[in-house]
Design a protein around this ligand. Structure first.
Ligand SMILES: Nc1ncnc2c1ncn2[C@@H]1O[C@H](COP(=O)(O)OP(=O)(O)O)[C@@H](O)[C@H]1O
Ligand SMILES: [Mg+2]
Length: 357
């Protein structure tokens, strides 16, 4: 068992707080993606898990053992950071074998068997005798992934391992990563700022902002049930729309709504934000019962059979992601409608529970 407990960990640099009282548990045998914008403290948190940085306050516990003060080599974790350290003049096989070379608990035969297995899983058996310096960046990074997992340490840490890899190799690497992790059942923490990568890889996503964890849940829950505006915006292609709304006599009105919504009974204040995903906004050429007129203000961009565009209702611009080509040209009038049961309400950046029929 190697669950990771982060027990109220804080890291400050001078007067700046990079990691702010994070308390959470990463489950044994799961892939947790630490997702958040650049500068939010992901690497700082990872360095504390790796033992490269000491928390200012709090504890790090691996499988019930307090490792807060242990140096990296005593933590038995594998890691791959953005720029992996490898030996260019050794072969792929030798690089994969190296992490186990001085481990007396692993026999030579066992070492070979594990390297063979990893070569197969990563689909690089044909490169076993190649030298690292002969490989492209993506393949090198695959070998780095292999090196991190081959020792079969219970915990493996990855910090943006695909950053310097071109897009095709990146997909390959992600596929290889999925195969490796489902096979080896190690506890994995994978840092990324790329939501697509996180959605693809993670059993659970820990969404981070300004040194804190905003939400920690399954990818589909983060996407479908964000607890904050930040979460709704950060996950999505593009992120959620937020439309300012007013509350009068228990009725919520917003430019995107053809008819008002009933406000939740305990709602306070008269300002609120209505959230709706761009892919849920419907766009038609003719007006409908529940639609509002809008003007198409952005050239539609087609991506993989879907179209991204924007429409304006008064001062409100709404991002739309539709299945078909927009039914009008730039500057022309179209009609927008939203499924009321999929609308979300936010106040002061936080989601407030509400159900609309
Ligand atoms: N050694 C350090 N000294 C001072 N500030 C640091 C140090 N390491 C990180 N920071 C600051 O902490 C914040 C978080 O950095 P980092 O953990 O690298 O973020 P991320 O990996 O999410 O991009 C940044 O503002 C960064 O400048
Ligand atoms: Mg980083």
């Amino acid at each position: 068992m190697a669950e990771i407990v982060i027990d109220h960990v804080t890291k400050t640099f001078g007067s700046f707080t990079a990691v702010d009282d994070i308390a959470m548990t990463f489950a044994d045998g799961e892939v947790t993606c630490l997702l958040g914008p650049s500068g939010c403290g992901k690497t700082t948190l990872m360095r504390m898990l790796a033992g490269l940085e000491t928390p200012t306050r709090g504890r790090v516990i691996f499988g019930g053992k307090d490792v807060t003060r242990l140096p990296p080599r005593k933590r038995n974790v594998g890691m791959v950071f953005q720029y992996p350290v490898m030996y260019p003049t050794l072969s792929v096989f030798e690089n994969l074998e190296l992490p186990m070379r001085y481990d007396r608990s692993v026999s030579k035969d066992e070492r070979r068997r594990r390297v063979d297995e990893i070569l197969d899983v990563l689909d690089i058996r044909h490169l076993a005798r190649a030298y690292i310096e002969e490989l492209d960046a993506g393949t090198r990074q695959k070998v780095a992934v292999g090196r991190a997992v081959v020792r079969q340490s219970e915990i493996v840490l990855f910090d943006e391992p695909t950053t310097n890899v071109e897009v095709n190799a990146k997909l390959q690497l992600i596929r290889a990563f999925k195969t490796v992790t489902s096979r080896l059942k190690q506890t994995i923490v994978y840092v990324t700022h790329d939501q697509t990568e996180a959605m693809t890889l993670a059993d659970r996503i820990a969404l981070m902002k300004s040194g804190r964890i905003v939400q920690y849940d399954r990818p589909q829950v983060l996407y479908g049930q964000p607890t904050t505006e930040f979460g709704g915006w950060f996950l999505g292609n593009p992120g959620m729309n937020f439309v300012p709304a007013t509350v009068v006599n228990g009725q919520i009105s917003a430019p995107i709504l053809a008819r008002p919504l009933n406000a939740p009974a305990d709602l306070r204040g008269d300002k609120i934000t209505v959230g709706i995903r761009p892919e849920l906004v419907r766009m038609t050429g003719a007006p409908g019962e529940d639609s509002v007129p809008a003007k198409l203000v952005d050239q539609a961009i087609g991506i993989a059979g879907r179209y991204l565009t924007k429409a304006r209702i008064g001062d409100t611009v709404v991002k739309v992601n539709t299945q078909g080509r927009p039914p009008a040209r730039l500057g022309e009038t179209i009609h927008l409608s939203v499924p009321r049961e999929r609308l979300m309400l936010f106040q002061d950046g936080a989601r407030i529970p509400a159900q609309f029929g």
